[in-house]
Design a protein around this ligand. Structure first.
Ligand SMILES: C[S@@+](CC[C@H](N)C(=O)[O-])C[C@H]1O[C@@H](n2cnc3c(N)ncnc32)[C@H](O)[C@@H]1O
Length: 422
């Protein structure tokens, strides 16, 4: 067998499972495939799989240019991953083409077509690297859900969505950040972008639990939230894998962690063990929570399309199936209503989503405020820390597309502090 065929065959298998069967990279089928490879192959596998999904719209444009006849799903996916490697990752083309042809033969695909078209594409690879896509090339569901974006916002998203994500980490205290021995671009007294992302688990303080990985956008709402007194009682209604709760636990706040998903609770527990936190954890459906017990702050980081995290989760555009917006929007509103009943007078519901889609963000809040005139949008004034993030805040709402700060990329996100005034 030609060297590299086995790992590329598995890349194909994984991409097909995601594309056709809606699997995620965390699905046990996919994890089992990845586990069967050595460290070097896993790194190749992750690199090619993630970039094939990130760049698949660019690749489809190239395929259209070079192949006029209709191709099958397997052929399309094999070509996407081969083009990603040849054009965008600068891999040696003869190795990629030979492996792709072998895989095509094994899968009884049109190997001649794969061979001939990849050779032509490889010849033009320098020019093809610059291929431009349009907003009209995005999935129909995404175009429908983002009709309200301005031309400038659409252009910005188009230029950003396929880039590799940067890595943002949060320290338990200022002291840990100051003692850290790696290059960091600071985003606050306790957080920053880590410049060298390799061998994360071997870096100073990781095993000891001095810090965790959390995107800047999802860190800012709680970092900026003014905690009024030290006895405030928090409920993190959708807590796993834990980022928001860690921010409170490190300040010794009283917080109860809940999540409906038992598998995600296990990940949460592993994270809590490493960070040496030992809070109360519940594994319940938040919708069915007992309403007799009240909280000062309910954190509602609701399930959503996650489209703000497109750079980390490129399968969102890659898989055939669109997010179920009816179901998600109903759940988001039901959770907001439920939270309103659990929060004390003068308390807060912090509503957040890793999305910038109107139906998951402003429309949810507006619908909620219409039904609940005992709630107001509270101020999102920035903490005075010497950093200016005002471009992310509009009228006391935090809203951002996948964006940049300090030349490093951050997720698209939405957050609002809803205060119960009576
Ligand atoms: C966006 S994630 C939360 C991320 C988390 N807050 C963090 O910072 O790491 C949404 C979570 O909601 C959970 N979830 C979905 N439906 C739920 C429900 N009905 N009750 C409680 N949790 C739910 C999911 O299992 C998922 O872990």
């Amino acid at each position: 067998m030609f060297k590299g065929v086995k790992v590329r065959q598995d890349i194909h298998k994984i991409l097909f499972l995601i594309y056709k069967y809606n699997n995620t990279l965390n699905h046990s089928n996919i994890k089992n495939i990845i586990r069967s490879h050595n460290k070097k192959d896993v790194s190749l596998l992750n690199n090619v799989t993630l970039n094939s999904m990130r760049l698949h719209i660019h690749c489809l444009k190239i395929i259209k240019k070079y192949i006029k006849k209709k191709i099958r799903d397997h052929e399309k996916i094999l070509l996407i991953s081969a083009i990603t490697q040849i054009v965008f990752l600068d891999f040696k083309e003869y190795a990629v083409i030979n492996c792709s042809v072998e895989i095509a033969k094994k899968l009884k695909l049109y190997a001649g077509l794969i061979n001939a078209s990849l050779k032509r594409i490889a010849k033009d690879k320098i020019a093809l690297k610059e291929i431009k896509i349009q907003y009209s090339d995005f999935p129909v569901w995404f175009k429908n859900e983002t009709k309200n974006l301005s031309t400038q916002e659409k252009r910005k998203f188009l230029n950003n969505f396929f880039k590799e994500p940067d890595l943002h980490i949060v320290f338990k205290t200022k002291k840990y950040l100051n003692q850290f021995n790696e290059d960091i671009i600071k985003t606050s007294d306790i957080s920053g972008f880590l410049l060298n992302k390799e061998n994360l688990k071997d870096k100073k303080g990781f095993a000891k639990g001095d810090w965790w990985v959390q995107d800047f956008s999802s860190f800012l709402p709680l970092h900026n939230f003014k905690i009024e007194n030290k006895n405030q009682k928090f409920l993190d209604a959708c807590a796993a894998p834990g980022g928001k709760s860690f921010q409170l636990l490190t300040k010794n706040k009283k917080v109860i962690l809940n999540d409906k998903n038992a598998k995600r609770i296990q990940i949460l527990k592993t994270n809590l063990r490493r960070l040496n936190f030992n809070p109360i954890i519940l594994n319940k459906d938040f919708i069915k929570f007992n309403e007799n017990e009240k909280y000062d702050v309910v954190i509602l980081d609701t399930p959503c399309s996650s489209v703000g995290t497109i750079r980390k989760n490129p399968e969102i555009f890659f898989k055939i199936k669109s997010p179920n917006f009816n179901q998600l929007n109903n759940l988001q509103q039901t959770m907001l209503q439920k939270a309103s009943k659990l929060v004390n007078k003068n308390g807060f519901v912090i509503y957040m989503t890793c999305s910038f889609i109107q139906n998951e963000t402003f429309n949810q809040v507006n619908q909620f405020l219409k039904k609940n005139n005992n709630f107001i949008v509270s101020s999102f004034d920035m903490k005075k820390e010497g950093y200016n993030y005002s471009k992310l805040i509009k009228n006391n709402f935090m809203i951002t597309l996948p964006n940049y700060i300090f030349n490093k990329n951050i997720d698209g996100y939405f957050a609002v502090y809803l205060k119960k005034i009576k």
